[in-house]
Design a protein around this ligand. Sequence first.
Ligand code: CDP
Ligand code: CDP
Length: 214
Amino acid sequence: MIIAIDGPAGAGKGTLAARLAAHYGYHYLDTGLLYRAVGHQMAERGLDLDDAAAAGDVARALDPSHLAEGELRGREAGERASRVAVHPPVRSALVEFQRAFALRKPGTVLDGRDIGTAICPDADVKLYVTASPEVRARRRTDELNAKGRDVDYERILAEIRERDERDAGRASAPLRKAEDAVLIDTSALDIDGVFRAAVDIIDAKRGQIGTNTA
Ligand code: CDP
Ligand code: CDP
């Protein structure tokens, strides 16, 4: 069983994916961390983020099973990730690890931008999770303020719009909803509401394919 979750920054993909994985006892891969790690290593080595060949080398040398998650979470890492994610050599270097992960038993949840379209086009369930830029910026602002970080909503909104444009506008595996993905607009839903909607979709599919691991 492979559950693919795609959508723009701050839509609630990670929150949903982690909860689904815990609920079904599946393995969870946050694929954004891979791109974040590449951007982070480039910056640490003083390499130019726009250098596609150098970024590809860094991505090929990456050990995805040992990522220092803590230092990759921040906004700067997200922005760097989206800049290196436009390079085809980076994307192709990361495909194999993601596809092998997706096949782990008894099932997997992967979230990102291109899981349903490029990494796992045959996923059993595809969800496209989205929300308006304003709602996503509000959530991110509240999340950071709750951590004691004083951030400006307008600035976060501008960053989200910029990231949306770069992710959806790139030539290589751009962010878009797969034709067979189910759209979940979380603008007016809380975390529980999104989770219940997703479980209904997944359980219907598990019933059809006769999966009985839970
Ligand atoms: O992974 P992604 O960037 O899509 O989003 P996330 O990190 O899961 O969620 C971003 C923020 O929105 C977190 O603080 C979540 O708690 C919050 N959230 C929410 O308020 N309502 C939802 N329905 C989903 C997420
Ligand atoms: O949590 P948030 O949605 O802000 O970001 P993320 O999922 O950690 O992804 C960071 C960046 O990595 C995205 O803006 C994309 O540019 C890139 N990414 C990608 O291109 N393909 C993926 N499957 C996952 C992330």
